[in-house]
Design a protein around this ligand. Structure first.
Ligand code: KG4
Ligand code: ZN
Length: 325
């Protein structure tokens, strides 16, 4: 069963063909990073125009790489939200056009659920309940997955998401865009010597990362940051500490059988290592290219949606503020 996945929720135009929810036949991504880097962040209007330019070539490449024809497909899965409205619209409209032209079933996928299903591209034998730590540019969520499509959100960020915090820290330190990889790279040459706060928010499963970012800004403004590398290492350590310690505690409390670490920030090596070392239960982390935005994860999620009969009629719309669960 081959599913075409389409992802355009933010600044990557992506298309992929995945067989039976696990086998990646193609995974094409056109990144807009260089274009947005000029502005130091994503410009939504620019993003949607770029998606329009990139979507057809990317689709053709994904179909060619998979050696698939439209007739080989069993269905189309496309991200409906959360994300930028104009960007989402490009993917959804192209997906609907293909579905209509070729009589294919279509399903609208929640982008966060897509990130979770990147885990199934790694290991199909995931046990429930699983604790998902979804860390991306817009989210830092702790989600208990009790079965396919069955989610309970246990905690979320109260202000900045972890990826957003990395992006802001990089801007404060003048490390460039996108911030996560830039901070990680700079941190390799530094030691975590700066004292930065950790917001534990005891008694809750929520996160807060705006305090650590502001503390870093104050130190820079006061001229107390002699080494950008040390500052990057200190910031990374502070964010990773909170994510790891809270995720392990919540997994224990809810007797999770496994932790799934997903989303763009999950490509951070320190986070991957620290969580693997600290967790008494298995930790599953997709390879970095499946952590950041891609369409293979959307196709994988689509496969399980079709399996449980959750196809959509063609009149569904994008939902920029879509929630999980
Ligand atoms: O999941 P994703 O590709 O897009 C969203 O759904 O938001 O996540 C993007 C976020 C950005 O904030 C980026 O800075 C962060 O993930 N990120 C990282 C790393 N790679 C990407 N953060 C920390 N370390 C990394 N290596
Ligand atoms: Zn994402």
């Amino acid at each position: 069963m081959k599913i075409l996945g389409i992802e355009t929720s933010c600044d990557e135009t992506a298309a992929a063909v995945v067989e039976d929810g696990v086998k990646i036949l193609s995974n094409q991504i056109a990144s807009q990073v260089e274009i947005h880097a000029r502005y130091g962040g994503i410009v939504p209007e620019v993003a949607s125009r770029q998606h329009i330019l990139a979507i057809i070539p990317i689709l053709k490449q994904a179909m060619a790489e998979a050696k698939a024809t439209w007739r080989d497909l069993a269905g189309i899965a496309v991200t409906v939200g959360p994300g930028l409205a104009g960007s989402l619209l490009v993917g959804v409209n192209v997906a609907k056009a293909i579905a209509l032209a070729h009589g294919l079933p279509i399903t609208g996928v929640n982008h966060l659920e897509g990130h979770i299903y990147a885990g199934w591209l790694v290991d199909r034998s995931i046990d429930f309940p699983s604790l998902c730590l979804i860390v991306s540019g817009g989210h830092s969520d702790l989600v208990l997955m009790r079965g396919h499509g069955d989610y309970v959100v246990l905690g979320r960020t109260r202000d900045d998401a972890s990826g957003e915090a990395f992006d802001k820290a990089a801007r404060i330190l003048g490390l460039g865009y996108p911030g996560g990889p830039a901070v990680e790279q700079a941190a390799k040459h530094g030691i975590a010597s700066l004292k930065l706060p950790r917001a534990w928010l005891r008694g809750t499963n929520d996160f807060s990362f705006s305090g650590v970012k502001t503390a870093l800004l104050r130190l820079v403004e006061a001229g107390k940051v002699a080494s950008k590398a040390d500052a990057a290492a200190s910031f990374q350590a502070a964010v990773v500490d909170v994510l790891v310690i809270k995720a392990v505690a919540v997994a224990k409390e809810y007797r999770a059988k496994q932790i799934l670490l997903v989303g763009g920030v999950a490509s951070n090596m320190l986070l991957r290592q620290r969580l693997a070392e600290s967790s008494p239960i298995p930790v599953l982390v997709p390879e970095p290219v499946l952590c950041t935005d891609n369409a293979a994860m959307i196709a994988a999620c689509g496969y399980y949606r079709f399996q449980t009969g959750r196809a959509d009629s063609l009149d569904f719309d994008v939902v920029p503020g879509l929630k999980l669960g």
